[in-house]
Structures are given as structure tokens and as C-alpha cells.
Design a protein around this ligand. Structure first.
Ligand SMILES: [Zn+2]
Length: 349
């Protein structure tokens, strides 16, 4: 088709110019969107905090392997268990417009990278997709118990995980796995600053029937958000999957190490951050902070760790790194470490 055959352009330069301008704008905004969704920020942690994999694992030591977000594998050489077990990383367009479900290849690769063959349990910290989506398949492949809220149980049922492999947690009732004693403490998810997102992600919290993927991202309702207190003869630690808190909930608990979920924390008000820190970190008086859930949800699980996509930076500022830096400066005795991906690190000798 030639321009001559377009009657509306004949005889007038202005409409034609408008047409080209419009087309250019469409192309530019497409390019901008592609850029904003595929370019990642630096992760909001200090490179100097990074520790490498341990060269020597003393017999009986408690170790941890980190797979990004809040997926942590703990072992004492006898018992292995995992939080979340999340390896599928749907891309931004699929999250925005499509349906999601467990990626079996990604799960296989993730378990292999962590050298997992057998697991006592997999425990999603809440039921959003980036915590609970893959856990039933991880349980199916490893014989693990799926431990979590009733909502997480319904994700397991939707995946046809046998009822004998599903156990619903009770607030503050410890679960024993070998020498690990895990106490689930009901807590809160962090509040999304955008009211529309908050309503979609947290509005109706329960998954009240078996959830059969593929489904939309927010069909993975939050369920109950847990903080886990773990004790073992070698040491004790706290695992915080989301930057929410309940005032006074951790009274009476202490922990040597806090695995601190900082996702979304930097978008909160200064007051919120201060309260979160007091209720979560100060409350248990740790010697060490290990930030988790600071990496992008869409970057490939194989790494390297990346921060959030540029598009999110345009929507809200991320004050996570300055908060962590400030706290590190204010508490010189508190050690900050970030874990390598998949490699085994000694937590307690
Ligand atoms: Zn969440």
C-alpha cells in the first residue's frame, strides 16, 4: 500500500505528520516498557556483606543454602528441610497478563543445584506464588511434608499431593524435624503501598479450595504469613519471609541469626521501618543479620542476583539499602552477611 492510496492523507501534510508522530510515540513507549521490564537494578545489599560457600563442613554443623527470595535449605547432615522451595520465575509479561504454574524443569534444576535428594519438610512462609507455588512439587519429588497454612494446604491439594504429606501449622505450636525445632509464629505480610495492589494481594487472604494451576498470580492469596523461630542444639535463628510484623509477637524469643525478608521494606514509611526493625530484629537480639528476599522475582533462578526491575523503581522508591546501611552503622556489633546462591554455608559449627 502506498501513501497515495490513503485518502485521508491526500492534500494535507498535518494529518500525515500527526500519524507519524502517533506511530513514533507507540514505538517509543513499547521500547520504554521493554526496557523498564527487562533492566534490573543492583540488589539493595552491600557487596562487602557477601560470604562464599564453606570449604569445609564440620560433621554435625548446621548449614544453609540460599536459592534467592526466601528459599533456604537447612541441614545438619542428618535432617534437611526447606522454606518455600520456589524455583519457577515467571517473566513480567506473564505475571501481568497471563497465568502461572510450577515449571517442572526449573524445580528439577533448583533441587539439583541444592543437591537435594530427600527432604523432611518444605515450609512456605506464606501462600503468595513466590513462596508457595512450587512447594507441592518439591514435596512430591522429595517425600517432604508440606507444612503451612490452610491456604498452602489447598495449593498442595490442587497439585494432588497426598493428604498424608500435608500438615497445617498451628500458631506457636513447635514442629520437630530431627533435631530442628521449628515454631511458626503468625505474623503479617508487609503492606503494599499502592492501594489497588494491596487489595489484590492481601484483600481476600484465604485460598479456601484446592488451587489448580495455571492461575492468575494473585489467585495465590497470602494465607497466613509466618515468622519461623528455629532452634537446634547448635544455635537458634529466626526466618522472616515478608517485611511485616505484629507488635509484641516475638516477646520471649531470642535468636542468634535473623534471616530478614526485606522485599518491599524500602517502600514503607520511616516509621514503619523503625517499628519493623524493633519488633523483628531488636526483639530477638541477634548477632547476625542475613538479608533475604532482596532479589528480583523475575530474574532467572540460576543467577546472578539482581535487584528489582526498573519499572518498579519508577513506581516507588526503594530505601532498603539505606535502611540496612544505617542499621549496620548504628549497630557495629551486628554482623551483616549475604549468602551465595546454592552453595553450602556453615551457619553453626
Ligand atoms: Zn508475599
Amino acid at each position: 500500500m502506498t501513501l497515495k492510496s490513503r485518502p485521508s492523507f491526500q492534500g494535507s501534510a498535518l494529518p500525515r505528520a500527526l500519524f507519524y508522530l502517533f506511530a513514533l510515540l507507540i514505538i517509543l513507549s513499547g521500547l520504554f516498557l521493554a526496557y523498564a521490564l527487562s533492566v534490573y537494578e543492583e540488589p539493595p545489599v552491600e557487596p562487602a556483606w557477601a560470604v562464599g560457600g564453606s570449604e569445609y563442613i564440620p560433621p554435625g554443623a548446621v548449614t544453609v543454602r540460599f536459592s534467592g527470595t526466601a528459599t533456604l535449605l537447612f541441614s545438619d547432615g542428618e535432617t534437611q528441610w526447606m522454606t518455600d522451595g520456589w524455583f519457577t520465575r515467571p517473566g513480567p509479561l506473564r505475571l501481568l497478563a497471563g497465568k502461572i504454574g510450577p515449571d517442572l524443569q526449573a524445580i528439577e534444576a533448583g533441587l539439583a543445584a541444592n543437591k537435594v535428594t530427600e527432604l523432611a519438610a518444605v515450609l512456605p512462609l506464606h501462600s503468595h506464588y513466590d513462596h508457595a507455588m512450587d512447594a507441592p512439587e518439591v514435596a512430591r519429588r522429595t517425600g517432604a511434608l508440606l507444612l503451612g497454612s490452610e491456604s498452602t494446604a489447598n495449593i498442595g491439594r490442587g497439585w494432588n499431593l497426598p493428604e498424608s504429606q500435608i500438615q497445617v501449622l498451628v500458631d506457636r505450636q513447635p514442629v520437630k524435624l530431627g533435631q530442628f525445632v521449628i515454631t511458626p509464629i503468625e505474623s503479617r505480610h508487609f503492606e503494599f503501598p499502592d492501594p489497588a495492589v494491596r487489595e489484590r494481594a492481601l484483600g481476600e487472604p484465604l485460598i479456601s479450595a484446592p488451587l489448580v494451576p495455571p492461575v492468575r498470580v494473585f489467585d495465590y492469596r497470602v494465607g497466613t504469613a509466618y515468622v519461623l523461630h528455629v532452634s537446634h542444639p547448635k544455635g537458634s535463628w529466626l526466618i522472616v519471609g515478608s517485611a511485616g510484623y505484629v507488635e509484641g509477637a516475638l516477646r520471649g524469643f531470642s535468636a542468634d541469626t535473623v534471616f530478614l525478608g526485606v522485599g518491599g521494606l524500602g517502600s514503607q514509611t520511616a516509621d514503619y521501618m523503625e517499628n519493623f526493625w524493633r519488633e523483628t530484629v531488636t526483639a530477638v537480639a541477634p548477632a547476625r543479620i542475613i538479608p533475604i528476599h532482596f532479589d528480583s522475582l523475575t530474574a532467572p533462578v540460576a543467577g546472578p542476583f539482581r535487584g528489582q526491575v526498573k519499572a518498579l523503581t519508577f513506581l516507588s522508591s526503594d530505601g532498603t539499602l539505606s535502611l540496612l546501611r544505617d542499621q549496620a552503622a548504628a549497630n557495629p556489633a551486628l554482623r551483616f552477611n549475604t549468602l551465595p546462591r546454592f552453595e553450602e554455608v556453615v551457619l553453626f559449627e
